[in-house]
Design a protein around this ligand. Structure first.
Ligand code: ATP
Ligand code: MG
Length: 693
């Protein structure tokens, strides 16, 4: 805007002067009456500067127009430099005189283009030429040149304003017309403002921190001294005051003026600082309030979360308890009614056998149920061994085939070499069977079941649990069945969660799978697409050592002793079970001694060494407990066989029976007989021969 207006002023002035020369109208050549005229060469230089300024301004200017502007600026620079050179070199022809002759006639003596005018034209022209230069230093040079052009023109104007005859009578400013000085000054300002982002201009025009104070201060700092100086000069010239008094007065007023300006600036800064401090305090207060609210909301959220977790926990416990109670009540119903019938004296032998079988089967199922629950709780007593997973899968393939039915195709892809894994092999097979049965049910009896085995796989992050880079054996069981909806994916591992009809599923299959996997140091991943199928991947730690296989039970050394001539120390804190156990052992032909604590058992052994052939001890008891007893006996009487028994013990869950013989409750008479027989048979023969009588 300023640039265009300046260009317009320059153009008008130059054209007016040129027409004044062309049509010989003296007033048009000088514009300000009584002042020297602008010579033709100067008018041409100003015309070029104004045109270049107008062409190079405005964001809409196309590239050719800008280029034309630059060419015209270069021509103006040539005019300026030509004007300078005629002062510096002893040329036979003066450029201004020659041009003047073309238009009008020879220059009058004492007139022509002033050196200051030529320099100002050249400087502004260079500024316009370089204002869009690609290099920054060139652009800065252009701005400096323009500023320099402005300073020269301003000095010329001030010379007139202050009536400094000396300035215009000799030296570089002599002959510089007032109209020339004013027009060049206006053009220089226009050139400066045509690029508002330049370092010297930006603070003046910008809307930021510096813009407003600069715009206020600059006129006050520049205009006031000029006006005061002019007033002082006029007063002295018209003899109103003496020169010294005038200078002193000027100094005093200027000092006061500048001091007032400084104080004003200081006050503004102070006000601004106070406002900023208040703003900061307000912001700080708002921040604190916000933080308090965030903390309060976070607390509320945490409490709500806790309440939700608690509620979910209670729901899960309720579901678990309900499931256990329901299933056990069903089983107990069978046992109770069977035993009721068994009491009848007149029951035919065949019915008696049927009821006995029913009781036995039901106990089996109850034992399986508790085993599954313990598996889910990762508290079953595992018997880990190193085995080849591929071999195990091949071993149960036949069984899985008959389990899933003829219309389900089983595809097995096994790793090439052996895939050694360390886990309880029986639980491993149970987990595979559970997964296969689920797949069969999901496919409604028809589809493809794929079992794939890979080894040396890292364990990925599963359900938010961190993965592991160490090698894992991965067995994935995929089906082409119904898939699992997203809402159920998080629940399928919960015990007693089932979508199957009553009687078709208890909801404990996957509980066993995940419990076994986790207790063995692995995990289970599941991926499912509704309508397409599901893949369950069982990760188990890969064994480092080669396959050792399960150690076969050591062959009893020598002749197994006959049951019946042996004495077993039974340690059991529960009176009924203790009584029942001794009863079984008697019926198996053993003699027994029953103690209710481990301490009492130790005392019995110490009282009569070699009295007992084996110790049969419960694990969880008040006092020392079975494991500690077994350890002490191993230290004191290494030859004494110890068989441990338990329904559940966290000690056993953590460490597989500490290397002692173990039989799981509920046990059958046959299991007890077998384990005792093997334990006694493996016993080192250090017992002294009974004394001959
Ligand atoms: N392969 C599968 N495809 C689709 N849904 C499955 C699959 N496996 C498990 N599910 C879903 O997860 C539920 C829980 O499975 P889980 O094996 O724990 O119990 P169940 O099969 O219902 O009963 P159980 O195994 O004790 O006889 C199933 O009822 C079923 O909804
Ligand atoms: Mg199942």
């Amino acid at each position: 805007m300023i640039a265009r207006a300046s260009g317009g002023v320059g153009l008008a002035a130059a054209l007016t002067v040129l027409s004044g020369w062309a049509f010989d109208v003296p007033i048009l050549r000088r514009i300000v009456p009584g002042q020297p005229p602008m010579v033709v060469l100067t008018a041409i230089g100003i015309l070029m500067l104004a045109t270049a300024l107008l062409l190079g301004t405005g964001s809409g200017a196309s590239r050719p127009i800008r280029r034309a502007g630059r060419w015209i600026a270069a021509a103006a620079a040539a005019v300026g430099i030509g004007g300078i050179l005629q002062y510096l070199l002893p040329l036979p022809v003066r450029l201004d005189d020659w041009v003047q002759r073309l238009a009008f006639g020879p220059l009058k003596p004492g007139s022509g283009m002033a050196l200051a005018t030529a320099a100002s034209i050249a400087a502004v022209a260079v500024g316009l030429l370089f204002q869009d230069a690609p290099r920054r230093w060139l652009r800065d040079l252009g701005t400096l040149a323009t500023l320099w052009g402005f300073v020269i023109a301003a000095a010329g104007v001030l010379g007139y304003a202050y009536g400094l005859g000396a300035l215009h009578q000799a030296g570089p400013f002599s002959r510089m017309a007032l109209v020339t000085a004013v027009t060049l000054g206006v053009l220089a300002v226009g050139a400066l403002f045509s690029r508002p982002t330049r370092p010297w201009i930006a603070p003046l025009l910008c809307a930021g921190e510096a813009g407003s104070p600069t715009r206020h201060l600059l006129p006050a700092v520049v205009v006031a001294p000029l006006v005061l100086g002019w007033l002082q000069l006029q007063a002295v010239r018209s003899d109103l005051i003496e020169a010294e008094t005038g200078t002193a007065l000027l100094m005093a007023v200027l000092t006061l003026w500048l001091a007032a300006l400084v104080v004003r600036v200081a006050r503004n800064i102070d006000r601004r600082a106070v406002a900023e401090r208040r703003l900061r305090e307000t912001l700080h207060g708002m921040n604190e309030a916000l933080e308090r609210r965030v903390a309060a909301r976070t607390q509320e959220l945490a409490e709500a979360q806790d309440a939700l977790v608690q509620a979910q926990k209670m729901e899960a416990i309720g579901q678990l308890t309900g499931g256990v109670a329901h299933d056990f009540n069903n089983l107990l119903t069978i046992i109770r009614s069977s035993t009721d019938f068994l009491r009848r004296p007149d029951l035919p032998e065949e019915r008696r056998r049927r009821y006995l079988d029913a009781v036995s089967d039901t106990v089996e199922r109850a034992a399986k149920l508790t085993a599954q629950l313990l598996a889910f709780a990762r508290r079953q007593a595992l018997k880990p061994a190193v085995f080849d997973a591929g071999e195990r899968i091949r071993g149960i393939a036949q069984m899985l085939d008959s389990l899933t039915g003829a219309r389900i195709r089983i595809v097995t892809t096994l790793a090439e070499g052996p895939c050694a894994v360390r886990a309880d092999p029986v639980q491993f097979e149970t987990a595979l069977v559970n997964l296969a049965v689920n797949a069969r049910d999901a496919m409604n009896g028809e589809g493809t079941l794929t079992i794939e085995l890979t080894c040396g796989r890292p364990k990925p992050s599963i359900r938010g649990h961190a993965g592991s880079p160490s090698p894992f054996v991965a067995v994935s069981v995929s089906d082409t069945g119904s898939g699992i909806v997203k809402e159920q994916l998080t629940r399928i591992f919960e015990p007693f969660f089932t979508t199957k009809e009553v009687g078709k599923g208890t909801g404990l299959g996957l509980s066993q799978v995940i419990g076994f996997a986790k207790q063995s140091g692995g995990d289970v991943d599941v991926a499912s697409v509704v309508g397409r199928g599901s893949t369950f991947t069982l990760y188990l730690p890969q064994a480092e050592a080669g396959i050792g296989g399960e150690k076969p039970a050591p062959e009893p050394e020598g002749q197994a002793l006959e049951d019946g001539d042996q004495c077993i120390l039974v340690v059991e804190d529960n009176v009924e079970i203790g009584r029942f156990c001794t009863q079984i052992l008697h019926d198996l032909g053993y003699s027994t001694v029953l103690t209710q604590t481990a301490e009492a058992a130790l005392a019995e052994i110490e009282a009569v060494p070699f009295r007992f052939d084996a110790v049969f001890s419960d694990v969880v008891m008040p006092g020392m407990g079975g494991i500690e007893l077994a350890k002490r006996l191993r230290a004191l009487h290494p030859e004494m066989p110890v068989v441990l028994t338990s329904g559940y013990s966290h000690v056993l869950a953590g460490n597989d029976a500490h290397g002692f013989e173990f039989v799981r409750k509920p046990y059958s008479a046959e299991e007890v007989r077998k384990v005792l027989r093997e334990a006694v048979a493996a016993k080192p023969k250090v017992r002294p021969a009974p004394a001959e009588t």
